[in-house]
Design a protein around this ligand. Structure first.
Ligand code: ZN
Ligand code: ZN
Length: 224
């Protein structure tokens, strides 16, 4: 099995384990559970750094029963999580006059946050897996040119900027370039349009519409 499918399997395993724990907590702490809201469909890109890393992230909001206080809800969540091997810390956070009890739990790189408050029956759950690199960094494939000397339209010359490539020569047609530290940046030459800014992606230029400056790239045109 290759490295890529190993990383995906590991991420899926962490995602399933996270979901199981969230389902158990939500079922235990809230009323009228709608688990379909708890989606963990496809891993999402966690940040724009190269190589891209992916994680599962999800959220859920339910209501605690009217006869259970926020403190009781938090205490019950802490004991369930600790019994299942999670490391839990609790703190108080004031958000616009609402005092929330915030639990943060970690296990195997997964994390769960639970917010509960006496100001509202709502109990908020958030969960995410660690971010894993699913694909080894791809070597950049040199793309096939759209025009070659053999496939030029009569009356046209190969674009001097991209040499027939058609794609932006600055970024290889990706629309972004890598700069330190491994971050994607908008290509300064094409501004994410991905095509060569001189020939607009055609790979060739009409001889009759070359400017005198552009004509300077083709001395053979002015040879007698
Ligand atoms: Zn570009
Ligand atoms: Zn071009």
């Amino acid at each position: 099995m290759d490295q890529t499918s190993n990383a995906r399997e590991e991420l899926d395993r962490l995602g399933r384990s996270l979901r199981r724990q969230l389902v158990e907590l939500i079922s235990d702490l809230t009323l009228r559970v709608h688990l379909r809201r708890l989606s963990l469909d496809e891993p999402k890109a966690a940040d724009p750094h190269e190589p891209l890393r992916h994680h599962y992230a999800t959220g859920y909001q339910g209501n605690r029963p009217a006869n259970v206080t926020a403190a009781e809800t938090a205490a019950r969540a802490i004991s369930r999580l600790r019994a299942a091997g999670w490391e839990v810390t609790a703190s108080q956070e004031d958000d616009d006059g609402i005092l929330w009890t915030v639990l943060v739990a970690h296990r195997d790189g997964n994390s769960i946050r639970i917010l509960t408050s006496d100001a509202t029956p709502a109990v908020v759950f958030r969960g995410q897996t660690p971010a894993l690199a699913l694909h080894p960094p791809q070597p950049v494939q040199p793309p096939e040119p759209v025009r070659t000397p053999e496939t030029l339209t009569p009356g046209y010359v190969l674009c001097y900027e991209c040499d027939g490539l058609g794609r932006c020569p600055g970024c290889g047609g990706r629309g972004w370039v890598l700069r330190e530290p491994h971050r994607r940046h908008r290509c300064a030459e094409c501004g994410t349009r991905q095509v060569c800014p001189i020939c607009q992606g055609h790979g060739e230029l009409s001889v009759s519409s070359l400017s005198p400056y552009q004509r300077g790239y083709y001395p053979e045109l002015d040879r007698p």
